[in-house]
Design a protein around this ligand. Structure first.
Ligand code: NAG
Ligand code: NAG
Ligand code: NAG
Ligand code: NAG
Length: 253
């Protein structure tokens, strides 16, 4: 009875907070997904109460909660993302008994022609094509994506980057291009949509000591899952190597 009421209230309040979002309360598995804490924690008697309070206090900025069902400690969180090595302020901490619950983001439409499909990491989804053969070079990868009415993946937020990282690691595990290069101006990296790589993002997307523009001709960002399986982050490489790639379809791509 009490539980039913909470579920009802939860959906009512969640529904009212945003008309566009689809809410499915999903429990993330293990310690895979993390979030950034939005503010002070408090005690709630259930995960539903924790969720309701979070929405009440932070409205649409509350996109995840970290709840401990032993202590009742409830921590409000932003969008969930896969563990990112250089983000050290995220919760739950490794080994903690706290659990992350997230509110699923809107599932984008996905035209599945040309073998595109929806991939989901920590509640964020994208419509992707994971190549099954190598492009000749960076420009070829870009052209191949464009020909399929899509673009080379643009990872211009923490959430999108973690989605790209874990999708390529789990489903491809090979060296791939991402839509990020500094061909025009050395060390001014630009995403495939023309946006500059922000200094905030530059802090966590690269492997330590990279990019180094080794031999002066490394202008394209790549994953190194094959060669460096335990390292997290991108490397810079020449734009003429023949490797795999990932295309995304989205509004305005
Ligand atoms: C509380 O969490 C523990 C460990 O995560 C789990 O085994 C248990 O079933 C949970 N209890 C309730 C009431 O949800
Ligand atoms: C899906 O994409 C293909 C290839 O780009 C296009 O030909 C087709 O019209 C699209 N279908 C829909 C329903 O938009
Ligand atoms: C990816 O490939 C590397 C090297 O071949 C291997 O060591 C690693 O276990 C693989 N990772 C996954 C997630 O399959
Ligand atoms: C890429 O270009 C460099 C410099 O122009 C050249 O030395 C190298 O052989 C090329 N590599 C490939 C794989 O074509």
């Amino acid at each position: 009875m009490a539980l039913t009421l909470w579920i009802f209230l939860a959906f009512k309040v969640l529904g009212a907070s945003s008309e566009v979002r689809q809410f499915f309360l999903q429990q993330a598995s293990g310690q895979d997904c993390q979030t950034l804490q939005l503010g002070e924690s408090w005690i709630s008697h259930s995960i539903f109460e924790c969720q309701l309070q979070c929405i009440k206090r932070y409205s649409e900025n509350c996109q995840a909660v970290v709840y401990n069902n032993q202590t009742g400690n409830c921590r409000p969180g932003s969008i969930a993302f896969g563990p990112i090595e250089k983000v050290i302020t995220s919760i739950p901490e490794t080994g903690s008994s706290d659990k992350l619950y997230y509110v699923r983001q809107p599932i984008p439409p996905c035209n599945t022609s040309n073998n595109f499909a929806l991939y989901d990491v920590c509640g964020t989804s994208a419509c992707l094509y994971l190549s099954t053969s190598r492009a000749e070079d960076y420009n070829d990868a870009r052209t191949l994506c464009n020909q399929m009415n899509s673009r080379l993946f643009v990872g211009n937020s923490m959430v999108k980057f973690s989605l790209f990282w874990y999708t390529t690691k789990i489903y491809m595990n090979v060296t791939t291009y991402i839509g990020l290069q500094d061909i025009d101006v050395e060390n001014s990296f630009v995403w495939g949509n023309g946006e500059s790589l922000s200094s905030d993002q530059a802090e966590y997307i690269w492997i330590t000591y990279q990019p180094d523009n080794y031999r002066g001709d490394q202008d394209c960002a790549i994953t190194q899952h094959e060669n460096w399986p335990s390292k997290f982050g991108l490397d810079d490489a020449p734009c003429n190597i023949s490797i795999y790639y990932v295309c995304e379809r989205c509004d305005g791509c």
